[in-house]
Design a protein around this ligand. Structure first.
Ligand SMILES: Cc1cc2nc3c(=O)[nH]c(=O)nc-3n(C[C@H](O)[C@H](O)[C@H](O)COP(=O)(O)OP(=O)(O)OC[C@H]3O[C@@H](n4cnc5c(N)ncnc54)[C@H](O)[C@@H]3O)c2cc1C
Length: 236
């Protein structure tokens, strides 16, 4: 058992698990003082966007998933709109762990360098009995893609970094303070009802209408194949 995260990281490195990509996954999240940590998780006001009312893809919710998807679509040049009902990024340290495939995705998207100070080294999970006897030890290890099985993140910090990275993409608009209470499908696409600052608006999501499912499906397939190419994944 390690006394602290630093000792654990040193032991992993000493065991020869260190590779360049592993090193870039080593951050100082575990070494922040309480004050530094409190500062790091402070939420920021989300952007209110450029007022787009239509896009090829509309993402509802700026949690880790919506923010990641917006970065992916932005990197593929897809016109996408991300809407979030809150006015600030979240301040609750909820999600703590991401896996190696997600790390690879972040690496591909060029986001990893901006995260390196705020992620912890891959860690294991050890369970002990009430008498202190080890029951299960799941040790950290590097997978074939060079990243650790479990990398530690701090959700509020992580979300802010994902959000700031979206700003690289002209093809993505991010609108906070926008709630989607419902949607209806029409001939021209899916219309999302939106409530924005007490005013009701509408967003049109093109390409995926219920009547144009074949077109919607081919749009999704073309996105997947572009993603695969980008990540050099060949799947037959
Ligand atoms: C109390 C708690 C503790 C947790 N602890 C852990 C943990 O220890 N480790 C761990 O790995 N994970 C933990 N999780 C899980 C982790 O937080 C989630 O897996 C992660 O946040 C999911 O990301 P997401 O983007 O799918 O959704 P969320 O983070 O939930 O984001 C969804 C976003 O959508 C917005 N939204 C929802 N509906 C609408 C709408 N109609 N219009 C506009 N916006 C909308 C919300 O405001 C929110 O910002 C915890 C979750 C909770 C609730």
């Amino acid at each position: 058992m390690f006394e602290d995260a630093k000792q654990e990281r040193n032991a992993i490195l000493k065991a020869g698990l260190g590779t360049p990509s592993y090193m870039c996954a080593v951050g100082i999240a575990g070494y922040k003082t309480f004050e530094q940590f409190r500062e790091a998780i402070k939420p920021i006001r989300g952007p209110q966007g450029r007022g787009w009312t239509d896009a090829d893809v509309v993402l509802v919710g700026a949690g880790p998933i919506g923010l990641t998807a917006a970065n992916v679509l932005g990197s593929l040049g897809v016109k996408a709109l991300l809407v979030e009902r809150n006015d600030f990024s979240s301040d609750l340290p909820r999600a703590l762990v991401v896996d190696d495939e997600y790390m690879r995705l972040l690496d591909n998207l060029g986001i990893l360098p901006s995260l390196r100070d705020d992620i912890a080294a891959p860690f294991g999970i050890y369970f002990y009995s009430s008498r202190g006897r080890p029951i299960i030890k799941v040790r950290p290890f590097l997978t074939a893609n060079g990243f650790g099985t479990r990398t530690g993140v701090v959700q509020p910090v992580f979300e802010k970094i994902l959000l700031s990275n979206i700003q690289r993409f002209e093809c993505v608009d991010v609108q906070y303070l926008t709630t989607v209470p419902g949607l209806r499908a029409g001939a021209d696409g899916v219309r999302l009802e939106c409530a924005r600052l007490a005013a009701k608006t509408e967003i049109l999501r093109r390409d995926m209408s219920s009547r144009a499912t074949a077109r919607g499906a081919s749009f999704v397939l073309s996105l997947v194949s572009r993603l695969r190419k980008r990540a050099s994944i060949s799947i037959s």
